[in-house]
Design a protein around this ligand. Structure first.
Ligand code: SAM
Ligand code: SF4
Ligand code: F3S
Length: 446
């Protein structure tokens, strides 16, 4: 019988990267990826613990899975990711349908764990923090093809311990992968078709790797990727304001491939709240980074994450956040109501009234969306360069992204996939741009 694996992924890009690598790894023991749940004999849920009722969502997913397999033989059920790390054995105790629980730093052990389960039916939980072995192992497993825009994890974990956040507990201490291992992986990605590489880390700009007493930082990585022929675009996420050092800022003047778009979460525009959150940066520090980057290139745009209603946030603090949004005019952002997470310092703080929370979220989201719409509208009638990522459902329509990661949709043929082409923007809405290919484009003419 052929062995098939289905993987469902929640959470950040690092989970997406991990899911793709898990697929590469389990291929070694004969599992092929399927997109049809019912065809799978191994089901993996790659989970996220960042907000809300993360744990309960996992049990609901498993409940749904049980129903789908009611009449069929049960697949091997694996819970991976950050909820697996946080809940570990508890999951096996609570839900007998779950067979294996594997934390994010243990994916190099997944094949042995699955084989052991097939042979002995022993349910197991593996949640050690062992980033070195994980990446040593994963870097030896080569994947067959790359996406036009490919993720590459360079750093994992976090030592910053913001009081609201589970990441230091679910991903463990900060670990930076060896510099040359990353470059080798980047070369392979490009050889197999990647035109854009997005460097990933929970604190990607805290990347620091020492070799013979020489430090390699994110700036060194960017400038080395710059030299890879065939690679058109470089991005990185998520960065922390405290680690926006001058060497990284200078890359925006030195590199031709680094995109002029900075996702730099600030969380709040009030220094009082940033201090209560243990963010270790001030609003002034953020604005200074913004000004330095704008001076280098006025086309650089910012996006951020905001937590609304952190305990202690009064009307003035909220106003400060609103004023900051007006100053920076973020082109794209994520905003969330504070969600108390078990085990974090902020877990038991007194919550702000729910009505106030919802109202504040609505106010800032309206303003953030307005800037997003305005930015997209400002591109109407202009020619912009976009990287074509794929075709949309055989409709002869192409999906691409502009410099700021906004989706761009236009008519065109498949041979443009993987190319940077010029598109005239005809129309836009909050999330997308709609265009027409420039007929003088060199790829069309060729
Ligand atoms: N390392 C990044 C940084 O420091 O900005 C953020 C990584 S975190 C995975 C992504 C986002 O989730 C955060 O920027 C924050 O806005 C949000 N987040 C984290 N914990 C949260 C919580 N308890 N409640 C609401 N949002 C939260
Ligand atoms: Fe979480 Fe703060 Fe670390 Fe970001 S820097 S991952 S928000 S603890
Ligand atoms: Fe979620 Fe873990 Fe990423 S908690 S946001 S999947 S690091």
């Amino acid at each position: 019988m052929s062995k098939k694996v289905f993987i469902k992924t929640f959470g950040c890009q690092m989970n997406e990267y991990d899911s793709n690598r898990i697929i590469d790894v389990v291929k070694k023991i004969g599992f092929e990826k399927t997109n049809v749940i019912e065809d799978s004999n191994c089901f993996i849920l790659n989970t996220c613990h960042i907000r809300d009722k993360a744990k309960e969502k996992v049990y609901h997913e498993i409940g749904r899975l049980k129903k789908r397999f009611k009449e069929k033989r049960k697949p091997i059920v694996i819970v991976a990711g950050c909820v697996a790390q946080a809940e570990n054995k508890e999951m096996l105790n609570r839900e007998p349908y779950i067979d294996l629980v594997i934390g994010p730093q243990s994916y190099h052990k997944i094949n042995n764990t699955i084989l052991n389960f097939i042979e002995n039916k022993s349910r197991n939980e593996i949640t050690d923090f062992d980033s070195i072995s994980k990446f040593d192992y994963l870097s030896k497993i080569k994947n067959k093809k790359s996406k036009v825009s490919s993720f590459l994890t360079i750093q994992e974990g976090c030592d910053k311990f913001c009081h609201f956040c589970v990441v230091p507990y679910t991903r463990g201490p900060e670990y930076s992968r060896p510099f040359y291992q990353i470059l080798e992986e980047a070369e392979i990605l490009v050889k197999k078709g990647a035109k854009e590489i997005i460097l990933l880390g929970q604190n990607v700009n805290a990347y620091s790797y020492f070799d013979k007493n020489k430090e390699f930082r994110l700036s060194n990585l960017i400038m080395s990727l710059e030299k890879i022929s065939g690679l058109d675009r470089i991005r990185y996420t998520t960065s922390h304001p405290r680690d926006m050092t001058d060497d990284l800022i200078e890359c925006y003047s030195k590199s031709k491939k680094l995109m002029p778009f900075v996702h730099l979460p600030i969380q709040s525009g009030s220094n009082k709240i940033l201090k209560l959150m243990n963010r270790k940066h001030r609003v002034e520090d953020y604005i200074l980074v913004y000004e330095k980057l704008k001076k280098i290139n006025s086309n650089i745009e910012f996006s951020s994450d905001f937590i609304v209603g952190y305990p202690g946030e009064n009307d003035d603090d909220f106003k400060d956040t609103f004023e900051l949004i007006k100053k920076i005019k973020f082109v794209n952002s994520y905003s969330f109501i504070f969600s108390p997470r078990p085990g974090t310092t902020a877990a038991n703080l007194k919550m702000i009234d729910e009505k106030v929370l919802k109202q504040r979220l609505k106010i800032i989201q309206e303003r953030l969306f307005q800037y997003q719409i305005e930015k997209n509208k400002s591109l109407e009638g202009k020619y912009i360069d976009v990287l074509v990522e794929n075709e949309i459902n055989d409709q002869n329509k192409l999906f691409a992204r502009n410099d700021y990661m906004t989706s761009v949709i236009f008519d065109g043929s498949k041979n443009l996939i993987g190319k940077v082409v010029s598109v005239k923007i005809k129309n836009s809405n909050q999330n997308s741009l709609f265009g027409e290919i420039d007929l003088n484009n060199k790829f069309i003419a060729a």
